[in-house]
Design a protein. Structure first.
Length: 735
């Protein structure tokens, strides 16, 4: 097909057929033809190789037989990616659900069971520099000074083990080196937003290097509270990380690390799902004063405070053809917040939540990945100890029109949990030939949890919250274990094309429920969740490494999938819903159109439903029918050697169901279509950069939370970030 033929083909398509996907394919065909958009030699136009540690050894992402997307440091900086939720926005098929900063649910491929309660676990792992962040209230901490982020989709039950049933996000920090480096970025934007990122790095001796990283940000709230005129969802964050690398020889490196983060935020605002109709209960009624998504009338004076700190050491010891890796971590965190659950000026339901956790983890592993052998193997041990306390208290109708009515009721829930977790894993990667390879991995996981709970209520509505009052259960204990693994076959058709088939399994630990209404419920633990994933994929590069396309098709079967049920008060009760199935296709591409113009994006389509009797046929909660991302990056060199770059990003997804019961009236989170843009100037030396940026330029109102409906005629919702814009000034100094 010539360039002219391609143009004629595009013009001849009926308008109804020129959808976004068709137009994109045709556009890529046209602009990849020789001579399109440039007159210079294209021999230097190529995509960079992406190296990942998805299997805990370094290898090209195009050689790994699994679905993985990687976000490099340039993209992290350009899009200001700060959190796990920011990362999932760029991941095919991923979504998130935010009740508050300390209570979020993350979903990949429809696996979205959360981690509420002291004995609950998340189904999507967040890993920072090899450390699994197990507690939900810690997972929304800020990223800064990040080298790259790897997102592995589907169960990763071999080398990552427990709870990686949906997938995982691994944020990998930049490490100390012996060159001098001084960098700083200052940002300012609307809503009085200011932030500062700074890095100091230097060699301290022939064998020692240090790195100090810092992030500070502060902004007013996006939402105005009519109750007192304040900005209700303000933020103030501080994060510091120090690293010290000691290399006593070419064969031994010790990396010491310490982190500290503190947050002082306002709560996530709440508003009626439909602000045009009354928000009624048997005891009070309220109608929103405005339909504007970022103007509410909520209880005043509510806050969120969180502090997290950690210590760690990494040891890398070269034993000849074998490498020993040791990762030791200690993490301590606590948080307190009060939330207006229903979002009215009356205290319909106020929720106070406190979390306190201490986590110790140790991983030891051996591998021969540097031995240049046909057979690569990795084997390891993993141990985790977790001590968690969670308190969640509620006040119902304690203050209406300035007085405490007779129905005023208080609910108290205190939970203590200790987890001891052990994992033993091994994986073998063998190439039968230059074209055909196999990978086989197994892991044994064992989790023991010791749990105690006190749940009681006072006031005239106490009987609606608990069937028995109080509920006290101490010294509960249970153990769950599983063998998980994966087998993958890969066939390299050419140096630039690989096909693979994979079967993998995942396991999510069982646990004890939160806020049980009866003693029997408190004594009953819920079962572990198991998933098996069947996946076919292709990873290809075309046109002399100018175009990269990856595709994955999968079917996932769940057994004893963990779900949430809600009591009349909105208390969460965890159960096992039986079986579910999800399937889908994920497409990703990167195209170096010219030396200065790159386009990249993804599209994913899914189908998933519950198979158990009570929910049979219902769509999986938090699973979109489709998601898409598209980015264009254009760089324009100037005569003086400086560089101007332009970047535009588009992301969209279909609607998603909030709950397993698929409430057709109040249970739908709207589909979204969001556009971001950035223009930047970089000096000829590369040391200075000035940029202007805007996010959510069309001010799409994304529902990020739908509350339960207890006592009220409709549900309350929380909205995401409105239109924001600002400027950034960066200095990159060093040798």
């Amino acid at each position: 097909m010539t360039k002219a033929d391609a143009k004629l083909y595009l013009m001849s398509l009926p308008s109804r057929q020129v959808g976004s996907t068709s137009a994109l394919v045709v556009l890529l065909t046209i602009i990849s033809l020789p001579g399109w958009g440039q007159t210079t030699d294209r021999s230097d136009v190529a995509l960079e190789e992406i190296v990942v540690t998805a299997r805990k050894i370094e290898e090209s992402t195009q050689h790994v037989p699994t679905a993985i997307n990687t976000i490099d440091s340039e993209t992290i900086r350009a899009l200001d990616i700060r959190t796990l939720t920011d990362t999932l926005k760029l991941t095919p098929g991923a979504t998130y659900y935010a009740f508050s900063k300390t209570d979020q649910t993350y979903s990949i491929r429809g696996i979205s069971s959360g981690a509420e309660g002291a004995a609950g676990d998340s189904a999507v792992l967040l890993i920072e520099d090899g450390e699994v962040i197990t507690r939900n209230f810690m997972q929304s901490a800020h990223f800064y000074d990040i080298d790259h982020i790897e997102v592995l989709r589907g169960p990763q039950g071999t080398t990552y083990g427990r709870n990686a049933v949906g997938g995982l996000v691994h944020a990998i920090s930049k490490r100390p080196h012996h060159e001098k480096e001084v960098s700083a970025t200052l940002q300012a934007g609307n809503y009085d937003f200011v932030s500062f990122d700074g890095v100091l790095n230097s060699g301290l001796s022939d064998t020692t290097a240090g790195r100090l990283s810092m992030h500070i940000d502060k902004r007013d709230g996006y939402t105005t509270n009519l109750a007192d005129g304040s900005d209700i969802d303000h933020v103030e964050n501080l994060g510091v990380r120090g690293q010290l690398s000691i290399s006593s020889s070419d064969r031994l490196e010790v990396l010491l690390k310490a982190t500290y983060e503190t947050n002082d935020d306002g709560p996530l605002p709440r508003k009626s799902y439909d602000p045009t109709i009354p928000y009624d209960s048997p005891f009070t009624s309220y109608t929103e004063e405005t339909s504007d998504e970022w103007t509410v009338n909520n209880t005043t004076g509510l806050t969120l405070d969180r502090t997290i700190w950690s210590l760690g050491s990494d040891i890398y010891w070269d034993l000849g053809d074998i490498r020993l890796t040791s990762l030791t971590r200690y993490r301590d965190g606590d948080s307190e917040e009060t939330v207006d659950t229903f979002g009215t000026p009356d205290n319909v339901v106020l929720t106070y939540a406190k979390n306190d956790a201490r986590i110790i983890s140790q991983e030891l592993r051996l591998d021969n990945s540097d031995a240049a052998a046909e057979l690569i193997w990795i084997a390891g041990l993993y141990y985790l100890y977790e001590d968690t306390y969670r308190k969640e208290d509620r006040e119902l109708f304690t203050l209406i029109d300035g007085t405490e009515p007779p129905v005023a009721t208080r609910q108290f829930d205190d939970e203590w949990n200790e987890t001891n977790s052990l994992g033993v894993f091994a994986e073998v990667i063998y190439d039968f030939s230059d074209a055909i390879g196999i990978a086989v991995g197994l892991r044994y996981s064992r989790d023991e949890k010791d749990f105690s709970i006190i749940h009681l209520a006072t006031g005239s509505l106490a009987s609606l919250l608990l069937d028995e009052n109080p509920v006290i259960a101490e010294g509960l204990s249970n153990t769950w274990d599983a063998v998980t693994g994966q087998v993958s076959l890969s066939h390299r058709l050419t140096d630039d094309a690989m096909l693979y088939g994979k079967v993998s399994t995942g396991y999510k630990s069982g646990g004890f429920g939160t806020q049980p209404p009866t003693l029997e419920t408190a004594l009953s633990s819920y079962n572990e969740e198991n998933v098996i994933n069947y996946e076919l994929g292709a990873k290809t590069e075309w046109l002399d490494e100018r175009l990269r396309t990856n595709v994955a098709l999968f079917i996932m079967d769940y057994d004893d999938i963990q779900t949430q049920e809600f009591s009349a008060s909105g208390s969460v009760i965890y159960t096992n819903a039986g079986k579910a199935e999800t399937s889908g296709i994920e497409l990703e591409f990167q195209a170096a159109i010219t030396k200065n113009f790159t386009v990249e994006g993804s599209y994913a389509a899914f189908d998933g439903e519950y198979k158990t009797a009570d929910l049979a046929g219902n769509h999986l909660a938090n699973l979109p029918d489709w998601t898409t991302n598209l980015s264009g990056i254009f760089e324009m060199p100037l005569a003086n050697g400086s560089l101007v770059s332009f970047r535009a990003d588009y992301r969209a997804r279909s609607k998603v169901w909030r709950d397993e019961d698929n409430d057709p009236v109040w249970g739908i989170r709207n589909g979204i279509s969001i556009i971001d843009a950035r223009v930047a100037w970089q000096s000829a030396s590369g040391k200075l950069e000035f940029s202007l940026w805007g996010k959510n330029l069309t001010e799409e109102a994304e529902i990020v939370n739908i509350n339960t409906q207890a006592f009220m005629s409709q549900r309350s919702v929380g909205y995401g970030v409105p239109r924001t814009f600002g400027l950034s000034l960066s200095y990159f100094g060093g040798n």
